[in-house]
Structures are given as C-alpha cells and as structure tokens.
Design a protein around this ligand. Sequence first.
Ligand SMILES: Nc1ncnc2c1ncn2[C@@H]1O[C@H](COP(=O)(O)OP(=O)(O)O)[C@@H](O)[C@H]1O
Ligand SMILES: [Mg+2]
Length: 233
Amino acid sequence: MPKAMLKINQLDAYYSGSRIISELNLTANKGAVTALIGRNGVGKSTTLKSVMGLVKTPRGKIFLDGLDIIKMSTYDRVKLGIGYVPQGRDIFPQMTVFENLTLPLVAQGRKRVAPEYIFDLFPILPQFAKRWGGDLSGGQQQQLAIARALVTEPKILILDEPTEGIQPSIIQDIGAAIRKINKEKGITVFFVEQYLDFVLEHSDALYIMEKGEILLKGNTKELEHSKIQKILS
Ligand SMILES: Nc1ncnc2c1ncn2[C@@H]1O[C@H](COP(=O)(O)OP(=O)(O)O)[C@@H](O)[C@H]1O
Ligand SMILES: [Mg+2]
C-alpha cells in the first residue's frame, strides 16, 4: 500500500456560513503527483485553502504525513512541510525577485539562502534577482511563486492552477519543472487545474470535482477521458 503524504477525511469547508466543500475524501500519496480538476467555482481553491488553514473547516480531518494538522495555524503547516503556490501567484510587485523568493525564510527567522537546485530549475531567477516582481511576465511570476514555495524545503508542494494565464510554451516549462521537483527531489505534488491536457500529461492520480464533491477518481492513465470530459463540460 502506498503511504499518504496528505490525507483529507470527511472534510467540510465554509465561507461565512455557506458550505463549499462537503464530506471530502482525498489522498495524495507520497512520491506521487496528484491532481484535482473541476470547472470554475466547484471548490478547488477552497480545498487547497482548507489544507493551508485559510478557511473554516469545522468538520473532518487533514493529515500531513500521518499528523493531524486541522487545528494548526498556516504558519505551523508551512513549517511542517507544506509548500503552497496560491492561485494568481501572489508575487509582491514592489519587492525584488530575490526578496520575493526568500520571504518564507525570513518569516521563519532563517537566513535568506535558497537551496541551490532551485536556481538550476529556474535559471531566470538568479538572472532577474534584482528586478521587481511586478516586472516579470505571468510565466516568470509562476516560476518565482513555485520557487518561493520550495525555499522552505517542503515535503509536499501544493499548486493552485499553475497554468492559469500563462502562454503555451511556458506551460510546458512549468509541467517539466513539476515533474523534476517530483522525480529528482522526491517531493510529493498536489495540484489543482482546469486544463485537462496538462493534468493528463503531468499527474499520476486524478480527482474530478463537481460542486464540492468528488465525482470520479483514479489513476490518471486508467481513467476514461470521455467520463472526465463529461463532468468538465
Ligand atoms: N472569499 C469567499 N467568500 C465567499 N465565497 C467564496 C469565497 N471564495 C470563493 N467563494 C465561493 O466558493 C465557491 C468555490 O470557490 P473556489 O474554491 O474558489 O472554486 P474553484 O477554485 O474551483 O474555482 C464558489 O461558489 C465561490 O463563489
Ligand atoms: Mg480556484
């Protein structure tokens, strides 16, 4: 049996009184790339925000590597090994690339020294270190956001729509980077997407969500594409 890096059990999530996620069960296995796909507004971001402790989750449990984290602060969850790339990337436009990149280290009271492999993964970062975050293209900002989530050396990298608003050639680079992070660094990956081709190419396991519930799940290679498309259309 593969071991779970992230396990979500019977989880409900709310925004100011309205339930967005109902009795959600989802597992991201250690060493695998797991994806969650669904149309706009079904609750994908809310699922990730639940994992990060950014929304109300009065019922259910979330385990990180066997440890129940549901009552922990976002800060503690990051410290325990979750790297989070939010939707829209949230790069600070008036900080330099270097400052953006090393911000999580400062938050943890650590030196501003990023692991060297991150610069091999994204060579534009050392090259553009002194530029303003806001001067980067969408694709470059996404690379910076992924790199920023990696500086604390997480056990699991969580990405919210990494291809959103990015030109096709850079989407390929992002996909390749995710694979490298997973295969070469052994980091478990869990990402959310709307773009089916990207999910089919870059995930091992797949969950398909509709209105806060999982309608279909399985190994990406074994799932029938027509069934997925039907839910997404
Ligand atoms: N901050 C918020 N306050 C209230 N409702 C929200 C908020 N953010 C999202 N929602 C609602 O929650 C539902 C799920 O949103 P979200 O998780 O962002 O969907 P997705 O990421 O799948 O597009 C949507 O109906 C959305 O309108
Ligand atoms: Mg979203």
